[in-house]
Structure formats: structure tokens, C-alpha cells
Design a protein around this ligand. Sequence first.
Ligand code: SER
Length: 320
Amino acid sequence: MARPMKRILVTGSAGQIGSELVMVLRDRYGNDDVVAGTNRTQPSKAVQESGPVEVCNINDKGQLHSIVDRYDIDTIYNMAAILSAVGEQKPLLAWHVNMDGFHNVLECAREKELARVMNPSSIAAFGPETPRMNTPQETVLKPKTMYGVTKVAGELLGDYYFKRFGVDVRGVRYPGIISSETLPGGGTTDYAVAIFYEAIQKKRYECFVREDTVLPMMYMPDALKGLIDLAEAPLENLKHHCDFNMASMSFSAGELAAEIRKHIPELEVTYKPDFRQAIADSWPQSIDDSAAREEWGWKPSYDLATMTKDMIEKLSARLL
Ligand code: SER
């Protein structure tokens, strides 16, 4: 039987997902019981002011172990990662952080018998040989980016640690995540966030993928709820562990622009694909997430229209 989760460390807590995850976890488990770990970037004011913050480089084993000991951590959400676009510019760094760093997290969990490790995977685990529509749970995993390579290897390593050492590691294959609090950094799906900021502030946006580029996306509240629901799911219900497909909505860059134009009719979008187009073209367009639905009750709440409306309301209140 898994130990109950009491004290949580979130690595990468200054990042797009980590910064919001910390606040939701603090609401749920108490401010003092959620430690925000960050390496180089300062976390948001909200994160800094609401609970403990520690410098945490997952590649520094001693530092990681010391935080886990000092705070009596029993659960790690490992959100520190180098994303797909930066990973192509700095492939060795992507391997170092996403693999060596994750391995340190797993070893720490094994040695200290932690209750749970959450480690997100991504649609980047798939590649051009994978069926692109309604991508099955069990399918070809031959990614062409270093980020994708580390995500597939991370899924396998996490599953191995569960089977071999009994470490309860879990993860979802996130699609592109859209959010209004912290900008994403270095991903291929970043255009789906950047377009909102530019639409509100400048009424124009130059998109780095083609208008007809379709990718699976998800709004942050669903992404957080899903990850926490998986973390809290009874172990005996899970047949999968580190590789759950997770879907919400799929749309083209052009369809997103059209939806935003319902609120900001003046928006002008031009398309100038760069190296990220090839990455986007190697990823699925839509995902079959029936395993997540069956094993831990996954169900998203937002669609393109409700996400767009909420993003524009939240960002307009902050930026204008
Ligand atoms: N959003 C990520 C990226 O674009 C995919 O996991 O790299």
C-alpha cells in the first residue's frame, strides 16, 4: 500500500506548469507542505510569498537529497525539463537535465522510499511513424527530437523503477499546454500561448508554424487537475504508470486565430514557419486517451471556445 502523500517537492517551479502547480498543491495540501524547487529562475511572487522555496538543481544529487531530508518530502513532482525547441539547440543539455536529472530523482525516491514521483511525459514521445490521428496508447515510439528521446526513455525508466524497485512513478503524455500565468519556454507548442499575448497587446502575431498545423492542446486547469488526479489514484487501479495518453482539444494554428478573432476582430496573423515546423509535423494531431479515462477517471473540462474566452479575460485583466 502506498504511503500517503504529505510533503511535496515541485522541481522546475518557476516554469510554465510548475509555477501554477505549486499554487494548486498548496491550496490542496497546505502552504508549508509544498516546497517550490527552482534552479536558475526566480519563481513568481505568489510562489515566493506563499510557502517554502529552495534552490534545487536536479542534477545536484546532494542538494536534492538534502531538501528531501530537511523537509521530510515524500512526493516529488519533477517538472524541471528542457523542452523540444531548446532541446534541438542544446541536445546534450536536454539529455543531462531530462535523463540524468530524472535519474537522480528516481534514485532519491528509491533510497529514501518516497511515496510517489510524478514525471510528465509528452506528445513528443511520438514520431513520424506513429499514427497521427487518434494516436493509440500502445504505439510506435520513435521520436526524432532529443526531447522526445528523453521522454520515451523517461517513461521506460520510470516503469522500470516501479517494476524492479517498487518506486511508485507516474506520468502523463501532456499535449501543448496553454496558460496565462507563466510563459512557456523553449517548446514547439509555445505559439498557442504567445498568440494570446500578442493579440491582446499588439493585435498582430507572426506564427512560427503553418496555418494548417494541427496539434493536441490542453488548458492549464485541466493539465493540473489531471496530474493531481493521477497522483492520487489508487495504485491498484493502474495498469499503466508513466505513459498515459491525455487529450483535451485539437486545432490548427489558423483555427486558434479564428477563435481569438471572435473576441479581438482586428487580430492579424502571418505565418513564417521555422525549424519548429518539422518538430510539429512529427507529432500527432489527436490522441486516444481511453486508458487514462478508464484507469483514473480523466476527463477534461475546457474546449477551444471556453479556453480562449478564459485566456482573453485573464490576460486582458493583467496586460491592459
Ligand atoms: N509543449 C512541449 C514542447 O513544445 C511538448 O511537450 O516542447
